[in-house]
Every structure is written in structure tokens, then in C-alpha cells.
Ligand binder design. Sequence first.
Ligand code: AMP
Length: 211
Amino acid sequence: MIMIGPQGAGKGTQGARLAQRYDIPHIATGDLLRMAVRAGSPLGVEAKGYMDRGELVPDVLVLDMLRERLSQPDARAGFVLDGYPRNPSQAESLGKLLDEVGAGLDVVVSLEVADEILIERLSARRTCPACGRNYTQQGGEPTVCAADGTELDQRDDDKPDAIARRLAIFHEQTRPLIAFYERDGLVARVDGTGTIDEVEARITKELEARA
Ligand code: AMP
């Protein structure tokens, strides 16, 4: 299963819930890259500048990282892929990679939210630098991670310039993939506004209708 949607649409939150429900891993390329940055690995060192500016990390780096992750045993029974593919060339690479690891693609969930709402959500987003959990800061709260007590901070790419750049990249490069997967009848379009539970219920309904 693939989750496609702009930054702030709730892919990460919903992807994690789906993964838990179906007992398959949630594989988010943004999370894997942030882990590499935190670990200071060669990939992380190379990726960091692109990420801070809100640009895409070069395809070859992300593809190698994803190949390695999809080859792990827990991905054999399926996975929720979040944040990949993001452009037509990545969609092509993913097709080949899925053939390589013997996996198929059953559904592409497109989470749809208007830009104005995304900008509001992303500007209020705070992230735990230790574990990567996201929070929405309304009226200044919360300031520490509920899971580990670490002081929350704002991702460099959740600052206004980078938000604008990321949304532009989504519209130009990623959104055309919805039409690409629609040709194979794989796309479930889901309204991503409302509460987390409401969106989850919409996704579940779509998935059950396809089962
Ligand atoms: P995300 O958490 O999905 O918003 O990703 C954060 C950042 O990681 C993006 O702005 C990109 O710099 C980088 N990134 C994540 N996934 C990809 C990808 N599939 N291709 C290139 N860069 C990516």
C-alpha cells in the first residue's frame, strides 16, 4: 500500500495506524532519512542540506535506502509506504524494485487536503528530535514529547520558505502520480480534513470496499 499526499496531510499518522491494524511495517522515507541524519551516517550527511531546504534528496540515495529497507524480512507480508514515490522517475524505480523483491501494489491512498489548511497545520507542527513524533502546537502547548519528555522543536523544513517549496514540489512532481496509478485503478481518494479518527474511518471504508 502507498500513501500519497502533500506534507501535513496526515500520511505519517494514518500510515502508522494502518500499519498497526494490518500488522505490517510503516516505511516512511522521510523518517528513514531523518534517522540517517540523526545517526550522522554518510547518507544522512549528504541528505541533510536538501531536507533542510525542503528539496528532494537525489533519487539514487533514496532508492538505495528503500531497497535495503524493503529487503528486510518484516516487509515480506506487505508494508505501508509513505513519502515514496514523489516523482515519475521514483514511480518507475518503485515498479522495478517491487518486482525485484517480489511484492505487488494493491492500493494507493491519496490523502487530500487544501493548501491553506496544510500551511496552518505545518506551521503549528512541532517534532520530538529524539523519536520523531509529531505534535500540533495550539496556544503554545505541548512543549515536550509525551513519550520521552524531550523538548519539542520545529523541523527546519516546517519553516515558511521550506513549506512553500515542499508544497510546490508536491503539486508539480508528486500529484501527477495519482493519475498515473489511477490508470491501473489503484487509487482510493480520501478527504484528509477532520479529526484523525474521522480520516481513519474514511480510509478503512475505502479499503474495505476494495477488499
Ligand atoms: P517527509 O517527512 O515525507 O515530509 O520528508 C522530509 C524530507 O525528506 C523531504 O522534504 C525530502 O527532502 C526528503 N524525502 C523524503 N522522501 C523522499 C523521497 N521519496 N525522495 C526524495 N526526498 C525525500
